[in-house]
Design a protein around this ligand. Structure first.
Ligand code: PGA
Length: 357
């Protein structure tokens, strides 16, 4: 059986990078797709277990101020994108036609799409037939024009609008029935194997009920995904269903995130924005506390004299036979980015002493 998944939709949360890093750390687990706001996507470059998604996409690129294209997302490490969330439909007037344009652009760029559909409170009041008619209309409109060969990249999130953010979730049996209906509508369009998630006030108390239903392939979690106490509990429930141990879910104990946020204007030494250094990636202190643990380096005589002179220290003289060029590669200490930095003052002085000669 395919493992079930959880999509963590952070919406417009949290307010700052420190909180975002905290959330990333606790959510970086197997079978989780983390969907942060665009401003935090660069922080997720070092996810070890989870996948990265975005909350929206635009179908063009170029002169569209404020928009983000599918290619930009895919080149930023994003693998999934939500389209047609009910909050975008109701607050920003997105229609099924717009949703389908976005979905096709995202699929063309190699992304997987999470297409949200669901009946409104009004549709629900009209009874089962009215609710299912609204769902059918939205599924057909949002998936229209998508080539059948893309169906393995399509996830539909069934999210009854009346259940989102209200604390009033659907019941698992009805959601399961709706998931089945959505799959059959997609199949009628030639799209086989589409996964269907349930979303709308998912919590630690109801997650198991939805995950246990056969037609529900996972959950889309909003509010609870940014709750640092609740989300780990939901992840544990998912692991139970997938038969994943906690250790396998979190591959590395020291997660890939620095607890200190990167300076916003700086690129890391690895060249990746948002990740400060390899040492930080491994969760180590930036400088070894024990000096003897620091690597030593072979330098030319003039370099050694230069460094020693600059610090008023007498350096170990270079052995006559120890020519830089004959030190075997195997004995040569690995020169890390940090060690290059430590060498830098000496190198500068050395240049200077040459110049002053
Ligand atoms: P909710 O949001 O879990 O807070 O109801 C679901 C969603 O993102 O649509």
């Amino acid at each position: 059986m395919k493992p079930k998944i959880i999509v963590a939709n952070w919406k417009c949360n949290p307010e700052n990078t420190v909180e975002a890093v905290k959330l990333l750390k606790l959510s970086d687990r197997k079978d989780i797709i983390i969907i942060p706001p665009f401003v935090f996507i660069h922080l997720a470059g070092s996810l070890l277990n989870a996948s990265l998604g975005a909350q929206d996409v635009f179908w063009e690129s170029g002169a569209y101020t404020g928009e983000i294209s599918a290619t930009q997302l895919s080149k930023s490490g994003v693998k999934y994108v939500i389209v047609g969330h009910s909050e975008r439909r109701s607050n920003f007037g997105e229609t099924d036609e717009v949703v389908s344009l976005k979905a096709k652009a995202a699929l063309d760029a190699g992304l997987s799409v999470i297409i949200c559909v669901g009946e409104s409170a009004g549709d629900r009041e009209g009874g089962k037939v009215a609710a299912e008619r609204a769902i059918r209309r939205s599924v057909i409109g949002s998936l229209s024009g998508i080539a059948p060969k893309r169906s393995h990249k399509i996830i539909v999130a069934y999210e009854p609008v009346w259940a989102i953010g209200t604390g009033n979730a659907d019941n698992p049996d009805e959601a399961d029935e709706r998931a089945k209906l959505i799959k059959s509508i997609a199949e009628g369009m030639g799209l086989f194997g589409v996964a269907v998630l349930y979303g709308g006030s998912v919590s630690k108390d109801n997650a198991a009920g939805f995950l246990s239903r056969p037609e529900i392939d996972g959950l889309l979690v909003g509010g609870a995904s940014v709750d640092i106490d609740e989300f780990p509990k939901i992840i544990s429930i998912l692991n139970r269903f997938n038969g994943t141990s906690e250790a396998a879910s979190a591959k590395s104990k020291s997660s890939g995130f620095s607890s200190r946020p990167p300076a916003p204007s700086k690129l890391s030494k690895t060249g990746k924005p948002g990740v400060s250094s390899k040492a930080e990636l491994r969760g180590k202190k930036s400088r070894p506390a024990d000096k003897s643990a620091r690597p030593t380096f072979s330098r030319s005589k003039s370099q050694i004299e230069g460094v020693g002179a600059s610090r008023g220290k007498i350096r170990r003289p270079l052995k006559k036979t120890a020519k830089k060029s004959i030190i075997s590669l195997s004995r040569r200490p690995r020169i890390t980015e940090r060690s290059k930095l430590r060498q830098a003052p000496g190198l500068r002085l050395n240049k200077h002493s040459k110049r002053s000669k």
